[in-house]
Design a protein around this ligand. Structure first.
Ligand SMILES: *Cc1c(COP(=O)(O)O)cnc(C)c1O
Length: 372
């Protein structure tokens, strides 16, 4: 059997034909055509008013935070179990990420722990929807409203996830998405800034174009120092094809997840939850082994390697990283990563490959059951 990667894009003739057209004809007057189409189609999918395609999710977050005026000395609140990207964007503005413990079941920020972390310097709460799982948006938006603090969504991993009929990324002051090669919708590298707020949109649009306002008539005139985080027309062409195929991309993620879930129904394992009134886009099927079971994630990852399977470690608590201060009081974050592993999932992953992965997991948990 060929190597089982942990993710892989699904590129069809549609992506190839759009990218070829962009490379062949997408210059001069047509140099922004696919970018505009991609933004419009993305807005439609998300039911958002405004979108700006970017070179990455990190860039979209950097500009969004800058547009909110976040700067040196400010604090932003974010879940400890996380990818570094959104915290790094805050750091680059001179702000301090304040790491809050996560929930045992969703692995997302614990709303009950947020209020004690709020200070006079808190300027934003970043809700990161981890592995497709949704933050408790009702609780977060309520806290944000009560304290007058914007709630921002990092929905890089949550395309396809829905909270009470609203798509992840469309509920906060702004949302950001990633189209990195590992993500459900990919353009190789790329991202999207989305908002329902016209003023914020105009501000980020100027920032994204080196601080040049779109109504500025003077050529090469910048009104402020901005950023250069644009996507290319060729990448956006691939994005157009992917967003046209978004339903099938999400559906397949959900099928892969459900297939794993069936294999594991008798094992002492928890996977990504899907609470009532929500839909999980299941970007990355993840297992967390119950605490009463001896489990060494390195053993499982080694077993994967021996079977030509790419495993992936669950996110470390960010506060464990050398540039931040440890926060051992975030007990859930410091406990979860040791007991959790992400499983391969992609559009073309076959049922028998899922079974192979599942069998390796099973034999690691029940060594005597053996027989892979
Ligand atoms: C992938 C990812 C990002 C960063 O995306 P880039 O496009 O690589 O900048 C940010 N946040 C989360 C949660 C991610 O998974």
């Amino acid at each position: 059997m060929a190597k089982i990667h942990y993710t892989k894009p699904s590129i069809t003739d549609l992506e190839i034909s759009y990218a070829t057209d962009a490379a062949t004809n997408g210059w001069g007057e047509r140099c922004y055509e696919y970018i505009t189409n991609f933004e419009n189609k993305f807005c439609e999918h998300l039911n958002a008013k405004y979108a700006i395609a970017t070179s990455s999710c990190t860039g979209a977050m950097h500009m969004g935070l800058a547009a909110l005026g976040i700067s040196a000395g400010d604090e932003i609140i974010i879940g400890d179990t996380n990818w570094i990207a959104s915290a790094a964007a805050a750091v680059h503005l001179g702000a301090k990420p304040v790491f809050v413990d996560v929930l045992e079941d969703t692995w997302c920020i614990n709303p009950a722990k947020i209020e004690t972390a709020i200070t006079k310097d808190t300027k934003a709460i970043i809700a990161v929807h981890l592995y497709g799982n949704l933050c408790d948006m009702k609780a977060l938006l309520e806290i944000g409203q009560r304290y007058g603090i914007p709630v921002i969504e990092d929905a890089a991993e949550a395309i396809g996830s829905e909270w009470y009929g609203k798509r992840a990324g469309s509920m906060g002051t702004f949302g950001t998405f990633s189209f990195h090669g590992t993500k459900t919708l990919t353009t190789g590298e790329g991202g999207m800034f989305v908002t329902q707020d016209e003023m914020l949109y105009e501000k980020v649009l100027s920032l994204s174009n080196h601080g040049r306002a779109r109504n500025q008539k003077k050529q090469f005139w910048a009104d402020m120092a901005g950023f250069k985080y644009k996507i290319s027309n060729i990448q956006a062409a691939i994005g157009c094809a992917q967003i046209e195929r978004i339903d099938e991309l999400i559906t397949r993620k959900r099928e892969v997840f459900n297939c794993y879930a069936e294999h594991f129904c008798d094992l002492p394992i928890k996977m990504n939850p899907e609470p009532p009134n929500t839909v999980n886009g299941y970007w990355m099927p993840t297992i967390v082994v119950d605490e009463n079971i001896p489990f060494d994630r390195e053993m499982l990852l080694t077993a994967f390697k021996e079977n030509n399977i790419d495993g992936r470690v669950f996110f470390w608590p960010l506060s464990m990283l050398p540039m931040f201060e440890k926060k051992l009081e975030n007990v859930t974050s410091y406990k979860l990563y040791k007991r959790a592993v992400n499983l391969p999932s992609y559009f073309d992953l076959k049922e028998e490959e899922i079974e192979k992965v599942a069998n390796v997991v099973r034999s690691t948990l029940h060594p005597t059951a053996g027989a892979i």
